[in-house]
Write a protein that binds this ligand. Structure first.
Ligand code: MN
Length: 242
């Protein structure tokens, strides 16, 4: 593929990820998904400030890891683009980031009860899901991540983990490819619902072991089993593989 083809494919992938996450109820009018630029690891691709369900290929903008627009693109960007840039800066292994406000996850961001993996499909969330509280360092805010200092603090709390919860706000997923970030963002709220329901039953709850998470966790986009699920999500979002 030529560079132009690679960028066109990447923009299509980001557009399709927006539509899938909207269709699956992970993103509503808010939240976003980005991808590291395929030819320049110091840049990333993210839509202009638009509802994910409506994002088109033409809406995808290019940013530096500091969240500055590349070129003369003066369309309004998302206020919280610093989440993405700061994670890409801290984690060279990360290729795609999702930020969501999905509400089934929020109780675990405000409670002392940890969000832990309990379902085989959600092993991709990892053994440890840290909670970042913007208040710890920045005091009273509107809870949005609107500058690099806040993004950097969130990325530090994420550490080497796959998912960080954001207290009273949402979560950030860091994937080593776009499909990894999208599927993890889809399975994270489902795992939260399962865990909450199991706890409400009142008995003891079995958590997936680190060994199970290690075996079931990695997402392999090239494998037929994953492709089956990806085609399902694309179809539900009204898309056909490019
Ligand atoms: Mn947000």
């Amino acid at each position: 593929m030529t560079t132009t083809d690679t960028i066109a494919q990447a923009k299509w992938d980001v557009m399709s990820a927006n539509h899938i996450l909207a269709r699956e109820g992970v993103l509503d009018g808010y939240g976003h998904v980005s991808m590291r630029h395929p030819d320049n690891p110091a840049h990333f691709l993210l839509s202009r400030s638009r509802s994910p369900e409506l994002v088109s290929v033409e809406d995808i903008m290019e940013f530096t890891l500091d969240g500055d627009t590349v070129g003369n693109d003066d369309r309004p960007p998302y206020l919280e683009r610093f989440i993405h840039g700061a994670i890409y800066k801290a984690r060279p292994d990360v290729i795609s980031v999702v930020h969501s406000h999905q509400e089934d996850v929020i109780p675990y961001s405000i409670s002392s009860v940890a969000l832990q993996p309990v379902w085989h499909q959600a092993a991709c969330i990892g053994n440890h899901v840290p909670v970042w509280d913007i208040r710890d360092k920045f005091g009273d805010t509107n809870l949005l991540v609107t500058n690099n200092a806040q993004g950097t603090d969130l990325a530090a709390a994420l550490g080497r983990d796959k998912v960080a919860l954001m207290r009273g706000h949402g979560f950030a997923v860091a994937g080593n490819h776009l499909q990894d970030a999208v599927s993890t963002a889809i399975y994270l709220p489902k795992n939260a619902r399962i865990l909450t329901t199991a706890k409400l039953l009142g008995g003891s709850v079995k958590i997936s072991t680190p060994g199970e998470v290690e075996l079931a966790g990695p997402v392999h986009p090239e494998q037929p089993a994953f492709q089956r699920g990806w085609e399902y999500w694309l179809t539900r979002a009204g898309l056909k593989k490019l």
